[in-house]
Design a protein around this ligand. Structure first.
Ligand SMILES: [Fe+2]
Length: 391
């Protein structure tokens, strides 16, 4: 069935290529500014991943006015404010983010204040607070997971209130996303697996969500196919550049899918787990994905059945229920394969979640901003059953 109405807005230019980070600067000409402030982290810089970017920009006549490396594991309000202040003081006219989800989201949210001034939480929390484009923003991901280089959302951790704040606006979409498999080559197996499972969660949740559209579904399906093809390979052998590239592309496509169609109850539970217990986003989602799929089973089974062959299941002769069950089993199997590589836990207790926090996780999940997009209403009492199952 077609949606009554939808739109697909994708202004971000996506470029893919091995070694591209040293050779993309000519693409910046059309953005009209020469001075960029760079946001990354110490690990990425320590791996020598920034140097080719610096050299490529300098060769093409662009200037890096300053660099910020202190983004915490979860992008914080404090980091966002520091980035925008330092970028402004340095005389920058645009931002370049080189990193994983936290770095990208911190720089993305910093662009609010960097471009428009004001207070991050008071002026920009929520959706569609902007009336015009922000300053040029380039993203070079070093993980294949969040797809944040292709999304209109930023998630920022409010340390004082232990909550994750969601910012969403079409003007947050970066101008340029540079996908280079050499940038994810050094990612250790644990992060490869957890970020890849986050991308899978984006794809599956956007595919079954209430705002799914033919465009977002096509991207979600393509992402899921790539993830089942490449995630175990990339986790097993980080130097497998084809697998690294396949995962970067998958995460990017899943990012676009969920930027249009949002996510659902897995992210609701994942945000709650992350906010209350500090388990990394990708790890929480990886563990919770099959359980969230179970929660939505009755309303989403036809869609799950359609995904089963994409996940490599031969559904010949299966009923819708059987094929849908097989899709959930395929996700569990993928998680088990990654767990066998010592890359990711399968249960919340193995991720360090205290048992007594489960009711609070269910309560927080039922209040999360993503639940309005979930195909089934999320009630704390009902979702607690699945949170317990994940324990
Ligand atoms: Fe996510």
């Amino acid at each position: 069935m077609l949606p009554e109405y939808y739109q697909f807005h994708h202004p971000t230019k996506v470029m893919y290529g091995e070694g591209l980070v040293g050779d993309f600067a000519h693409e910046l000409e059309e953005l009209g500014v020469k001075n960029y402030f760079l946001v990354s982290d110490h690990v990425v810089d320590g791996l020598g991943l920034i140097q080719p970017i610096r050299e490529g920009l300098a060769e093409a006549g662009f200037r890096i006015t300053g660099e910020f490396y202190d983004v915490p594991q979860d992008a914080s309000v404090e980091a966002v404010e520091s980035i925008s202040r330092q970028a402004k003081d340095s005389g920058a006219e645009g931002l370049i983010a080189v990193g994983g989800g936290s770095v990208i989201d911190a720089a993305k949210a910093a662009n609010f204040i960097f471009s428009e001034g004001g207070d991050l939480i008071a002026d920009y929390s929520g959706a569609a607070t902007l009336v015009r484009p922000l300053k040029p923003f380039i993203v070079i991901p070093t993980t294949a997971g969040t797809g944040s280089e292709n999304t209109l959302v930023a998630v920022i951790y409010d340390v004082a209130n232990k909550t994750k704040l969601l910012f969403s606006d079409k003007f947050l979409l970066p101008d340029l996303a540079v996908l280079d498999p050499l940038m994810t080559r050094s990612l250790p197996p644990g992060l490869t697996a957890s970020t890849g499972m986050d991308a899978l969660t984006h794809a599956v949740e956007s595919y079954v969500g209430v705002d799914a559209s033919p465009h977002s579904e096509a991207l979600a399906v393509a992402a899921i196919k790539n993830i089942f093809q490449y995630l175990v390979r990339a986790t097993k052998n980080g130097d497998d550049l084809e697998a690294r590239g396949g995962m970067l592309i998958a995460a990017n496509m899943a990012g676009s899918a969920f930027s249009h169609s949002m996510v659902g109850c897995v992210h609701a539970m994942g945000h709650a787990v992350g906010g209350l217990t500090r388990v990394p986003h990708g790890v929480a989602n990886a563990i919770l994905l099959p359980h969230g799929m179970e929660y939505n089973f009755e309303v989403s089974k036809e869609k799950y059945a359609a995904l089963a062959p994409v996940m490599g299941v031969d559904t010949t002769g299966m009923s819708v229920d059987e094929a849908a069950r097989a899709a959930i089993a395929a996700v569990r199997d993928l998680l088990r394969q990654l767990n066998a590589l010592d890359a990711i836990p399968v249960r919340l207790k193995d991720a360090g979640v205290p048992h007594e926090s489960l009711p609070a996780i269910a309560e927080a999940a039922a209040e999360d901003g993503t639940i309005v997009y979930n195909p089934r209403e999320v009630e704390a009492e009902e979702i607690l059953i699945h949170v317990r199952n994940a324990y």
